[in-house]
Design a protein around this ligand. Structure first.
Ligand code: FAD
Length: 354
């Protein structure tokens, strides 16, 4: 038993809202035509949780959702305020009727339909657009001795601004944009910072224009088509060499060390016998796709990823993944959401005609 809806969209971030817009434009009605389920208490997707010092003028750039331009009056306000306000206006402008908080726990086969189970009821659907992002699945690699550390360990997802690191010795782990931004914020107040990454960081000097974006997306797309776990688009873009980053380089804040070998009660240690004392280890080690609820469908192949053509799951054309792999950026999520909506509508019409 469950509520019937032709299409279920899981997640109301950039990807889920773009998909919902596409479905609405194709004439599907909220409720019986499509339903958007989101586990948050309000609009904004993962942007609700970005740290307060992450401002719009510091992010790579947020693309417009289709049909309503994003025109914030003040770009120096926290992204965690402005983007949710934009999504809220968007949901109301197109009457998307997002259901929340609804956390989907499992999706299972139900004859020719799919059964979407959640902590707030069950839906039966003919097609699924999954847009659950990554924020709810922070990734932290394992290193020997982590449990012996006497200081504090936290992930970027728990970061709430630099103040709590005043006077502390902080080791920041990870080679992405978040690591660089957090180091630049923390270094001025901390007693000391140490940056460790697995590979030497690569900085990108030129503009982050459309050609560059296209090349980056193509690299991620290749892996996903082959059924390998995706690399994050944001990690493949390399690190933007802004004037702020240059200044941090000159100040020695971005002098990077290779990954340590183990964690000790008082800090971290390398194989050559050297060590760094630490009060805090900050894991800026990224996220993984939040797809646990799809596990009963057994979509993962031998490569460890879900093979996807465009947004369509190769093994099951009723299911689309948006904001996954090559579409895991705001611009990619926009395009992917609408493309998925078009394909799903064509699938439903094909079934109706058959
Ligand atoms: P989300 O915004 O994460 O939305 C997914 C939604 O699904 C959430 O509301 C979530 O709660 C919900 N959900 C998850 N699991 C379930 C479930 N089981 N049941 C119900 N709901 C569920 N990209 C850019 O293009 N430009 C940038 O400047 C940029 N800056 C970034 C900064 C940071 C710090 C990070 C971490 C990422 C950044 N990105 C940026 C990448 C960015 O995350 C994506 O571009 C985009 O916001 C992701 O949108 P999404 O809709 O896929 O995911």
């Amino acid at each position: 038993m469950g509520v019937r809806s032709d299409v279920v969209v899981i997640g109301a971030g950039q990807a889920g809202l773009s998909a919902a817009y596409g479905l609405r434009r194709a004439g599907l009605a909220p409720g019986s035509g499509f339903v958007v389920l989101d586990r948050e208490d309000g609009p904004g997707g993962a942007w609700r949780h970005r740290w307060p010092t992450l401002r719009l003028d510091r992010v790579h750039g947020i693309s417009n959702l289709p049909g309503l331009p994003f025109e914030p009056a003040d770009r120096s306000l926290p992204a965690a305020e402005i983007v949710p306000a934009y999504f809220d206006a968007y949901e109301r402008a197109f009457d998307l009727q997002v259901r929340r908080p609804v956390r989907v726990t499992a999706v299972r086969e139900a004859g020719s339909d799919l059964r979407v189970e959640s902590d707030a009821g069950t839906w039966i659907t003919r097609a699924l657009i999954n847009a659950t992002g990554t924020w709810t699945r922070p990734f932290r690699p394992r290193y020997p001795g982590a449990e012996t550390f006497r200081g504090r360990q936290l992930h970027t997802a728990d970061y709430a601004g630099p103040d709590e690191f005043a006077g502390k010795r902080v080791v920041v782990v990870g080679g992405g944009t978040s690591a660089v931004q957090l180091l630049m914020e923390i270094a001025p107040v901390a007693a000391a910072t140490t940056w460790v990454t697995r590979r030497p960081p690569e900085f990108h000097e030129g503009p982050f224009d459309e050609n560059y974006g296209r090349a980056v997306v193509a690299r991620v797309d290749e892996r996903v088509r082959a059924g390998l776990p995706p690399q994050s688009v944001v990690s493949v873009t390399r690190l933007p060499l802004t004037p702020e980053v240059r200044a941090a380089q000159e100040a020695g804040v971005l002098d990077r060390l290779p990954m340590f070998e183990r964690i000790t009660p008082d800090g971290v240690a390398w194989a050559d016998g050297s060590s760094a004392a630490a009060d805090v280890i900050l894991w800026a080690t990224g996220w993984r796709a939040a797809l646990g609820h799809l596990a009963p469908l057994r979509l993962r192949g031998r490569g460890g990823g879900i093979a996807v053509e465009g947004t369509r799951v190769v093994a099951d054309p009723r299911i689309h993944l948006v904001g996954y792999g090559p579409s895991a950026s705001t611009i990619g999520a926009n395009r992917a959401g609408q493309a998925a909506a078009r394909e799903v509508v064509a699938l439903l019409r094909g079934q109706a005609a058959a």
